[in-house]
Design a protein around this ligand. Structure first.
Ligand SMILES: [Zn+2]
Ligand SMILES: [Zn+2]
Length: 422
């Protein structure tokens, strides 16, 4: 039985036409865009298989492709590698517009750690890489940062049932000690049927599959796939390091603490995260990524009881009316997801009582993301990924890299201007 559906079946390798940004959304929207494609047929590859063939052709380097591909915009001042000059056709431009609109119109579809944290996890992980790998990743840091929330968009905006299972594992529901759970995705498929896996979650196995895809993409030098898998893996590590993503008591519903999920992973980091230290040191090679997947998951799960117990103690000390913010009509204020705003004083007390637990979980997510990216690269034979970008791209961005590394020495990241959820 399939383990939900492997990611690569749902999201086949990215073609060259998907080079910049919003790659996962592109695939989901392709079916909807067939009519537009027909209208614009003369300017476009005729079919998905044509685009697959095109993918096997040499990858164009950033603005170097301009001569061969009609540009929608002039290419002056390409700063990062995210520039419109690499868009090969009017169709690509229209698609970009549509996807940008979708992203801007749908902040409420973003969930899990919250965009604030997911974006910063990926950004900090790029900066934690050893220089030999960091150069390529930093060239694409903006894409990797933005794409960090895409797995949640797939889950919530498109109600993708296969996607949902990748974001959690209800360890209690499997009713086995971690050491006795299937360690690999192949074992999991043998031991459990698809319905069980979808219901109880596949997070660690999805991570392992993602790592295999990333490693293969690096070996093959397929830039779009490297970026897609790297960014998406960062999201899943973020989820894995959020303790309630490993627990049946996902939102405190079993302990009378409904709403604690968004409180812990959304409101607290948004309110207090600007003081967190995102400098986690340099990524290291993981000789046994399967064992590491389960180690980090167990560590994360061990914190679930703590974060719940600390809030239960506070509940006993603070009257219900003082725990939540109220709107003008006296009702509990809620955000666009329906999550309650906890009162600032209550949030501050909870954050204080947690003793930097939120920060530690976020730092662990950064570190595991960077470690697994680096491990994929080493296992791929340490290919020279810089050759996938133009020299111009790499050189022009060095000043920014230096600036961000300077900030990171003080534990800080650039201001990413994330849409607030609380
Ligand atoms: Zn979550
Ligand atoms: Zn998620």
């Amino acid at each position: 039985m399939p383990l939900a559906r492997p990611l690569h079946e749902k999201f086949p390798p990215l073609s060259d036409a998907h080079r910049r940004g919003f790659g996962s959304l592109v695939f989901l929207l392709e079916g909807k865009l067939d009519d537009l494609r027909a209208l614009l047929a003369p300017a476009l590859p005729a079919s998905r298989s044509d685009r697959r063939t095109a993918q096997e052709a040499p990858v164009q380097d950033g603005c170097a492709g301009l001569a061969a591909a009609p540009a929608v915009f002039p290419c002056k001042g390409c700063f990062t590698d995210f520039n419109l000059c690499t868009m090969p056709s009017l169709f690509a431009f229209l698609r970009w517009l549509l996807l940008t609109w979708l992203l801007l119109a749908a902040p409420s579809l973003v969930f899990a750690w919250g965009a604030w944290s997911h974006q910063r996890i990926n950004r900090a992980a790029v900066l934690a890489l050893p220089p030999a790998l960091r150069t390529f990743f930093y060239n694409h840091a903006d894409y990797i940062t933005e794409e960090a929330v895409m797995p949640d968009v797939r889950k919530h905006a498109f109600h993708d049932k296969d996607e949902a299972a990748r974001h959690f594992i209800n360890l209690e529901a499997y009713n086995l000690p971690i050491s006795q759970l299937p360690q690999t995705a192949a074992d999991a498929r043998t031991r459990f049927d698809a319905a069980t896996l979808v219901q109880n979650g596949t997070l660690p196995w999805s991570i392992q599959e993602g790592l295999a895809h990333l490693t293969q993409a690096m070996k093959s030098g397929r830039k779009d796939e490297i970026l897609f898998w790297a960014a998406n893996l960062g999201h899943y590590f973020g989820d894995a390091q959020m303790p309630l993503h490993t627990s049946l008591n996902h939102d405190g519903q079993l302990t009378g603490q409904a709403g604690i999920h968004a409180f812990f992973e959304g409101q607290l980091p948004e309110r207090f995260g600007s003081a967190y230290d995102f400098n986690v040191g340099e990524a290291a090679y993981l000789p046994d990524p399967v064992a590491e997947t389960w180690r980090l998951l167990a560590a994360s799960h061990a914190s679930a009881d703590t974060l719940l117990a600390v809030e239960r103690q506070l509940q006993a000390a603070v009257p219900l009316a003082d725990r939540y913010e109220q709107d003008a009509r006296g009702a509990v204020r809620k955000n666009q997801f329906g999550d309650e705003f906890h009162a600032p004083a209550y949030a501050a007390r909870y954050h204080q009582a947690l003793g930097r637990l939120v920060e530690r979980r976020l730092r662990a997510a950064v570190r595991s993301t960077a470690d697994f990216w680096y491990t994929a690269w080493v296992n791929a034979g340490q290919p020279d990924l810089n050759r996938l970008d133009s020299d111009y791209t790499t050189h022009s961005i060095q000043r920014n890299l230096k600036y961000e590394l300077g900030l990171l020495k003080r534990g800080r990241l650039v201001d990413l201007k994330t849409n607030p959820e609380f």
